[in-house]
Design a binder for this molecule. Sequence first.
Ligand SMILES: Cc1ncc(COP(=O)(O)OP(=O)(O)O)c(N)n1
Ligand code: 3NM
Length: 510
Amino acid sequence: MKQLDLSLYLVTDSGMLPPGKTLPQVVDEAIQGGVTVVQLREKSADTGNFIATARLVQAVTRRANVPLLINDRLDVALAIDADGVHIGQDDIPLEEARSLLGPDKIIGVSVQTRKEAEDAVAGGADYLGIGTCYSTTTKQVKEGPQGPAGIRDVWERALEASSHTIRAVTIGGINQFNAAHVMNYSAAFDGKVPLNGIAVVSAIMASPTPRLAAQELKRQLSTSSSLLELRPHRQLEQVKQLATEIFAKLRSTTPLVQHITNMVVINDCANACLALGGSPVMSSESEEQADLSAAVSSLVVNTGTLTSAQIEGMRSAMKHANLHNTPITLDPVAVGATGYRSQIVSQLLCDFRVSVIKGNAGEIGKLAGSKEVQMRGVDAVGSGFACPEKIAQQVALRHRCVVVMTGAEDYVSDGINTFVVQNGHKMQGQITGSGCMVGTAIGTFMHAALACKAPLVGALVGIVAINLAAEHAARRPDVRGPGTFRAAFIDEMHNLTLEQFQAEMKIKQL
Ligand SMILES: Cc1ncc(COP(=O)(O)OP(=O)(O)O)c(N)n1
Ligand SMILES: Cc1nc(C(=O)O)sc1CCOP(=O)(O)O
């Protein structure tokens, strides 16, 4: 197998160079920052200039022992004895390229579809460039972006077709904000087989500081490998132990929990967060998200009363949360009730990495593509799932996160481990916003949970804590109906002790 580290793949574009920098300088700095392979892509250079530029860049790549590939032009690759070429679907056929270059040179092929991936594998490509991941202004692409879910689909086919020997990167609109999400979400076969890397043009070429840009991308890639490790098999006793640790940790840390939530519940959610031991901040203005993100420990995004301005705020907050590896709890309120809402939620899940999705049966059913339960307004209606735990598990696997599906019993799954929580009280269903407060509770514990590398357990702690508070509130003699329950519910979140939490949690492993 040819030596090829594809993890951070730079495709050049001299039209984007920052003022005062030459192409060899940018390539040199990018390699110092961690670029592992360089593709020289000169779309408008004539042959003489292309060869001259290639020699200058090759001096840099050879010194660093990084492979240099040439985009499209075999003649240029042969002239400078490059390490290989990268060809597209409209370029020289792969078989011709192989016979001209010989078996030892690297040949990469661009693919957009499962069929193109199969053909490139059959033709002996060394690696695939699977595109287009996100929209890009660097190049006019024929087909629209397919998002990391589409990339995963092509990648799975390529792996099957090659008996798991082919390597691949994805390309298109990838940057420091989304690199970890792309790697995590596009990983094949339930997240077990990640791509070999990402290919970027503008994220490095247009940066005034290419070394720092490459370093940040590398940091994001290392985050993504740890994300794949956040779902070990867990035993119930270990989960209960971790749950107790996370509960105790929250009370000693007071995390800043940002909410972008709906106008019906905003006050209750802020009070619930405070009562549980967090510190709420309820900003949704997109202009301040970059600054806020530096201080925020956890982000809760709730789609209950969406407005265009709020969506902008959510997108900005989620983008910066992903950059800082801040956990996001998404409450896709009423997804499925309208096409608009469904489209907004699906775009958020395509573009951003979330740690937890929390929803009722109708919302999670919609994300699973199930018709057994539907949404009427914000409520779930229908006969109920034949196998609810499978629905939660399926959505967790699809979206590479923890899923909490609320109901008379609450299901919590990360796709590998699934639990059911049997705490709670029917009075929770008699006040508005109790579901949204579950999202708040999960978000409040999520920072402590990530510190313990246990997002699944964090979600369990959130739902158990709030359900225990409901049980305690409903038992109080001063609670005579929904109004007094609502106030007592907040009190009991505040009063819940570690000992009560430990003794009263009812979690079963499925
Ligand atoms: C790594 C990588 N993947 C895809 C492409 C796109 O190549 P191609 O389809 O040949 O289009 P052009 O680059 O020639 O515009 C690539 N260059 N690199
Ligand atoms: C060269 C190229 N090929 C693509 C494909 O989809 O095959 S997208 C693309 C440009 C990627 O640029 P940026 O990282 O600046 O978005």
